[in-house]
Write a protein of this length. Structure first.
Ligand code: AMP
Ligand code: ZN
Length: 465
């Protein structure tokens, strides 16, 4: 079955088909690398990870591009305030971003183009817009004339009739109330210090919006399948991208626009501006696992707002524990009789999971199916009515859904070997009746976040969540 996604352009759920059979091209607006990303940003990046992984689950090849905004008003201001060269300043936050997404289990996109490495592409597009009279120049600044693009406002559903032509805004970010011509290129002035490029269109630097139009075209073509971002990107950023790309190319830019709702704190958007944010690092420092953050941010449908609380994080941790314990215990289960019920429980879950996600990535019922399956398989196991073959298919089914969810805690071979060695030492210490040494090792492992359980078949371990 074809999945359906809510398309912001049409405000309806539409069946999704890529332009090219079996190959999805998608562009996901990336971080502005002037600080650590906060978990609100990661809610959006995790929604995109869910989308990407689900498309792959459905059998599509995915080419995903995520830009790194390493030049804009915010990066320049922060680098200058710290008196660090822009490239050095942003390199630090780029590295931090990749460390964070790895911890959150976000799959890597195929391309992470940096704005500063694509100035010629942006200049070429600005020149083209100027030649086609979509852009005009004032004092070396290039502006986009929204009056020249009659469809301006089609994404954010703005009514621009009666708007005064020629009102301009230079800032990268602005509100709907300030709909106006926006900057494509900003001529150098002293506020930019030594940050500028000497180009055919003068000495200066690009506006924020042009980077996504120029880089998406380079890596995905003039028309592609999906473009995403948080709802705050819809206006002005995405509206301006459409005006730039469709103006320059004369072709439809993107077929599906998907926007994720905000992460809130006490009902207010999590944001640097309101100083009500947590970075991933803040939360890990409080002793929570990154996968619990992944779970809480992913487990609510992306089009619903989500209020972040630490209580929510604790229940995410409980859900994850059930999920991981189930998988680990099932692996150790050696099989029993069969009542024939196992097969239908597995099939029902896989179908329910896919039906839910086909419906605009409706994750809550999808997770509901998985937890019902866990309960039912556990019941069969307890009754001794799950055969070895059924156990294997249940494990396969878990791995299949986890290719989308990414909630299973993978053990890493080299670290695992160290843990196993410590456990062996502890077992030997216990044999020698050196209980002080054995206890010391248990405590050491606990400090490493490893919980031991002594069972009839030996000592088992798992990671604390
Ligand atoms: P930025 O680094 O500000 O360009 O933001 C990166 C991404 O995070 C964009 O897609 C934003 O729409 C998104 N974003 C920013 N704040 C939030 C929030 N509180 N909840 C969800 N997404 C957000
Ligand atoms: Zn963008």
């Amino acid at each position: 079955m074809l999945p359906k996604f809510f398309n912001t352009l049409t405000r309806t759920k539409e069946e999704f088909k890529p332009l090219e059979d079996n190959h999805v091209r998608m562009y996901t607006c990336g971080p502005t690398v002037y600080d650590f990303a906060h978990i609100g940003n990661f809610r959006t990046f995790l929604f995109e990870d869910l989308l990407r992984r689900y498309l792959k689950f459905k059998g599509y090849k995915v080419t995903q591009v995520m830009n790194l905004t390493d030049i804009d008003d915010k990066t320049i201001k922060s680098a200058m305030a710290k008196k660090i060269p822009l490239g050095e300043f942003t390199a630090f936050y780029k590295r931090a971003f990749f460390e964070d997404i790895d911890k959150l289990g976000i799959e890597r996109a195929e391309y992470y183009p940096e704005a500063t490495a694509h100035i010629p592409e942006m200049v070429a597009m600005i020149k083209q817009l100027h030649e086609k009279a979509y852009a005009y120049v004032i004092d070396g600044n290039y502006y986009y004339s929204i009056a020249k693009f009659p469809e301006y406002g089609k994404l954010a559903h703005l009514d621009i009739a009666g708007l005064k032509a020629g009102v301009r805004i230079a800032a990268d970010e602005y509100e709907k109330e300030s709909v106006s011509d926006f900057a494509l290129w900003k001529a150098w002035d002293e506020n930019d210090g030594d940050i500028y490029w000497e180009t055919e269109i003068g000495k200066g630097r690009p506006g924020w919006h042009i980077e996504c139009s120029a880089m998406s075209m380079k890596y995905l073509g003039e028309t592609f399948d999906i473009h995403t971002g948080g709802v705050d990107n819809m206006f002005p950023h995405h509206e301006n991208e459409i005006a730039q790309s469709e103006g320059a190319n004369g072709k439809k830019f993107v077929n599906f626009w998907l926007h994720s709702e905000h992460l809130l704190v006490d009902g207010i958007k999590m944001s640097k501006r309101y100083n009500n944010y947590y970075t991933l690092r803040d939360i890990l420092d409080k002793g929570y696992a990154a996968v619990a953050v992944r779970y809480i941010l992913m487990a609510t449908n992306y089009r619903q707002q989500l209020n972040f609380t630490f209580d929510g994080l604790v229940s995410a941790r409980n859900g994850l524990e059930r999920y991981n314990d189930f998988y680990a215990n099932l692996k150790d289960y050696s099989g029993g009789q069969t009542s024939g019920e196992g097969k239908s429980i597995i099939e029902r879950m896989l179908k329910g999971f896919e039906d839910a996600l086909d419906d605009d990535l409706n994750i809550s019922p999808a997770l509901g199916e998985v937890f019902d399956f866990i309960r039912d398989i556990n019941r069969l196991k307890a009754e001794g009515l799950l055969s070895r073959e059924e156990r294997d298919s249940a494990l396969n089914a878990m791995e299949r859904v986890d290719s989308v969810l990414g909630f299973l805690i993978k053990k890493k071979a080299e670290i695992d070997a160290d843990i196993e060695n410590l456990i062996k030492e502890r077992t030997e210490a216990k044999k020698r009746r050196d209980f002080a040494a054995a206890d010391g090792i248990r405590r050491k492992l606990l400090d490493m976040g490893i919980i031991l359980e002594d069972t009839a078949s030996g000592t088992k371990w798992k990671r604390k969540l």
